[in-house]
Structure formats: structure tokens, C-alpha cells
Design a protein around this ligand. Sequence first.
Ligand code: ADP
Ligand code: MG
Length: 367
Amino acid sequence: MASNGPMVLCDNLVKIYKVQDLEVVALQGLDLVVERGEFMAIIGPSGSGKSSLMNILGGLDRPSAGKAIVDGIDLLKASSMALTTYRREKVGFVWQQPSRNLIPYLSVVENVELPMIIAGAGSKARKAWSQELLEAVGLWERRHHSLHQLSGGEQQRTAIAVGLANKPVLLLADEPTGEVDTVTAQSILDTFRRLNQQYNLTIVTVTHDLRVSNQVDRVVAIRDGRTSTERVRRVHEAVQVAEEDSAEGVGVEPSAAPEQIVTYHEYVVVDAAGRLQIPRDMLEKMGIAGRVEIEVDDDGIRIKPAQALATTTAQAARASEAVDEWGAQPRTKDWRLRVSDAGKGLRGILGKSKNASSASKQDGQQS
Ligand code: ADP
Ligand code: MG
């Protein structure tokens, strides 16, 4: 049943919302792979497409194009019935507002058992699993409490238990710490980490809280509907390894256990078409806009501000003037020849453009 590939595979994923005559492109060719057992976060500014992605992965919405495969199930091609089964059995969802996961007039344990009842689980199995889950999220003692007796963090932990009631292979959380204070946010993250370790549960959480990024295995940043950068957390046992890494200019921070060192590596994502997003602060610092020069050397590829950009722009303007003049002429064989010259480079165009312009003036005088 379960495949051996990654838990999540998004390839060139596109989501377009149609609102009356308008089309909003929420995801524009997003690539993402999440391995089994990973605890990772997605960050990005508001409107960058995070919720769109989560809704697709949760089987709540369909992709417009591209690939979205979770545990071997193709979410673009799955039938409506297969998608319903997928939602019930494969994924758990935790929303920003716990109330979206919970039924207010049921107790904690009743909330957790409800999805199991709907799925037809026997009473013995239900009792055992709800106990285990509520112990895992630290709420077994409070199982008979009603929701209004719980704090925001406790409600969210109940919501997590509800999300896991049907033993999904993937837990999705959309800004689960968005409406709570720092201490509560921490207790929710600790719960995720515990569940991740205890059940090897794959967790994808959306956040705009940068503190979260220090607690997950990997952070993927989304910008304008595409994955742009990735930050990977590594725990090293030996101190020498950490020294090597710090020499690379990577952030190093001691963790709780004295013999463990945590390091972070930041990567820029290159998509299948070779596109990458250069972080905005780097572009601004280097004054890069519009065009760059790239060079290959032994270490890699160097991206530099275009040196003669002012000249190039002026040349481009002249070239487009020249093209306008050509366009005004009849499409003779002669014209096509000039265009093929343009393929030889900007200088080629400009050399010809003088002739073209004087020729057209002569034409004008003749008529
Ligand atoms: P995020 O969660 O990162 O804030 P969203 O995925 O919610 O981003 O939104 C991405 C873009 O898609 C935004 O421009 C948003 O306005 C648009 N969008 C999201 N959901 C819908 C929808 N149901 N209908 C139309 N546009 C939508
Ligand atoms: Mg959102």
C-alpha cells in the first residue's frame, strides 16, 4: 500500500484560482520533496501560497497542473472518492484556529474518538489509541474536560490528537502557532517533535515564526508560489565536525546536550528548469535588477551585476527603434535577412539599423 518513495513529491506544481474573470496564480511551478519521517516547516510572506500548498497536500483542493504525490497517491489524478478516502486515512490536518478541528460540546477524549467512530473503529481500539494519543500530547489527565476549560495551547494539542486519530502517515499544520504566545507555541512544537520521534511521523508545518525554524529538520521558504531557499538543521555528535562547519561560515549553536552541536546550512533551490530565486536582500545589496552577468569558475557560478548595464539599455532602446523601422517596411526577403543578422548579436543589429534607418529616409524622400 505505502510506496517507498518520498512522503511528498511536488513537481512543477501549479494552483490557479479563478475568481469571476480574474485568475490568481497561487503556486507557479513549485517543487518540494519531503522524506518519510521528516519534521519540516514552510515559511514565506503572506500570500506566497503556503495555505494553497497545504490545502492541496491535505486533499482539500485540487492542483491545477503539475505533480502532487503523497505516499504514492497522485492528488491531481485521484478520483473524488479516492480523494475522500485519502483525506480520512492518510492525512491529519491542524489549523491555526483549534476550533476548526474541534467540536465544542464534546469533551477532549470524545473529540479524539469521533473521527475513529466515523471510520468504524471498534471501541477497544478506540479507547487504547485515544489514551495513547492523549498521553503523547500531555492531556490524558484532562480527557474529560470540555474545551472551554482548556487554554489555547491545550486546545491546539487536542486538535493535534484529533488530527492523528485515524493514524495518518502525514500531519499537516497551517500556522498552528499563529494565534498563541511564545510559551504555548513552544509546547506545540515540543508536541510535534515528540510525535515525530515516537511514531516517525512526517510533519509539515507552515509558520511565519522564524523561531520555529530552529526546531525543525528543514525549513523551506516559499516566495511568489515557488520554493526559493532551504535551511537544513544538522545535529553533530562530535565537536570537530562543528569546527569544520563553522569554518564554512555556517551558524553554529550549542544544543541542550553538551556533546551535540547543531548547525544550519542554507541553500537556494534550483528548479527543474534551472531557475533560482536570489534572496531579495542580496539583490538589493549588489544593486542587481533586470540583468546580470554570470561566470563559471572552478568553485561554481558567479552572478555579478551587469557591468555595462547603462550602455546595454541605451543600445537596447536603439535596437528596438531600429526594429520598429524594419517592421514598417514590407516583409521582403531583404527584411528577413536583417533579422537573421540580429541573431549575431546586438552589434549586428545596430550596424544594420543605421543602414535601415537611412534607407527608410531615402524611401520617404522619394515618395
Ligand atoms: P499564504 O497562505 O502564504 O498567505 P495563500 O495560499 O493563502 O497564501 O494565497 C496565495 C494567493 O492565492 C494569494 O494571492 C491569495 O489571495 C490567493 N488565494 C488563496 N486562496 C484563494 C481562493 N480560494 N480564491 C482566490 N484566491 C485565493
Ligand atoms: Mg495561509
